[in-house]
Design a protein around this ligand. Structure first.
Ligand code: ATP
Length: 314
């Protein structure tokens, strides 16, 4: 269990983390989301006491800096390639292992777990970003910790690697560990995380269940198909619903519950061939929740003369 209380960090005029408090519970994957520059990495550094700031974080009741042999309790991955460039992956882990009373068998075990068994004697300077992330994860897992704190672990991984990472983190959580992981891959997070901490400009936006986040920040719609679509559209609008008609004739109904839509069809004597709900995605919820808190907003591309058809051929 992680308990973060009153985390606060200011860089001169910038408040990077603004009085954040949250709990991360064991047994589930908790995703840490926020737009670029919202303070995720700073929060994670504060949690580990690697940055000066206010507030306190405890891991199963203890501050990270007070834990004897922290690798055996809290595994961390904060940046890719934090390795000596010419020391082999195995030697890198061996150095950490011997300082923490971890056996050679465990080193080979974690290298196999992360898929680096075959290249364990290679120097990390020859590693791709994805391989470096795997070595970073091996380092985090080395002490068989009960808690994992991972900043963008899927960064640089190919689709197979991302899938593998998702399965692994879910398995580690199912074993009862506390898994706190940041990522910009929202579709992946929707599949991987059970709970979320969402921040914007250093402030808490949401802390809770993924499904509740999607429900709170989006509107699910009701999809209707009917041979009398136009007549039903008018009836729905007369009842105050907002209705959009798709090219293929489907009606997308907002502001009315599915039961009320079905009841209206019944009272109007209109036949329906489909009546279903469409839930919004985590990405839609994230956009809606963090839109106002986005710090870096790109300008719309300006069309050039050639793309607007302004160029004339002689
Ligand atoms: N060493 C630093 N000096 C000054 N400002 C900093 C420093 N590190 C971070 N910041 C600022 O603090 C804010 C939060 O940055 P942080 O890197 O924690 O965000 P993030 O959510 O991890 O971003 P990203 O998603 O882009 O990785 C940003 O405004 C950033 O510019």
């Amino acid at each position: 269990m992680i308990a973060a209380k009153g985390l606060h960090k200011r860089y001169k005029k910038t408040v990077a983390v603004d009085d954040l408090s949250f709990d991360v519970r064991p047994g589930v994957v908790t995703g840490f989301l926020g737009p670029n520059g919202s303070g995720k990495s700073t929060t994670m550094r504060l949690m580990l006491g690697l940055d000066h700031g206010e507030g306190e974080t405890t891991f199963d009741g203890e501050r990270f800096t007070d834990i004897r042999r922290p690798m055996n309790h809290v595994g961390t991955l904060l940046e890719a390639k934090p390795f000596h460039p010419t020391r082999s992956a195995r030697n890198h882990l061996k150095m950490l292992a011997s300082a923490n009373g971890i056996t050679d068998t465990r080193i080979d075990e974690v290298l196999e777990t992360v898929g680096l068994g075959a290249v364990r004697r290679k120097q990390p300077k020859g590693y791709s970003l994805g391989m470096a992330q795997r070595l970073g994860l091996a380092q985090a897992l080395l002490g068989d910790p009960h808690t994992l704190l991972l900043d963008e672990p899927t960064n640089g991984l190919d689709p197979h690697g991302i899938h593998w990472m998702r399965d692994l983190l879910q398995q580690l959580a199912a074993e009862g560990r506390t898994v706190f992981v940041s990522s910009h891959l929202l579709s992946e997070m929707q599949l991987m995380a059970d709970e979320l901490v969402v921040i914007g400009r250093g402030q808490m936006i949401f802390n809770g269940d993924v499904d509740d986040f999607v429900r709170e920040f989006t509107q699910s719609t009701v999809i209707v198909r009917s041979p009398a679509a136009d007549a039903f559209l008018s009836a729905l609008e007369a009842e105050g619903a907002t209705v959009a008609k798709g090219d293929d004739g489907e009606l997308v109904v907002s502001d009315m519950a599915i039961g009320a839509v079905g009841h209206l069809a019944f009272t109007e004597g209109i036949e329906l061939t489909e009546l279903s709900t469409r839930s919004a995605s985590l990405e839609e919820a994230f956009m809606s929740a963090t839109g106002a808190a986005e710090q870096f907003v790109a300008r719309e591309p300006v069309p050039t003369a050639t793309t607007t058809g302004g160029a004339q051929h002689a």
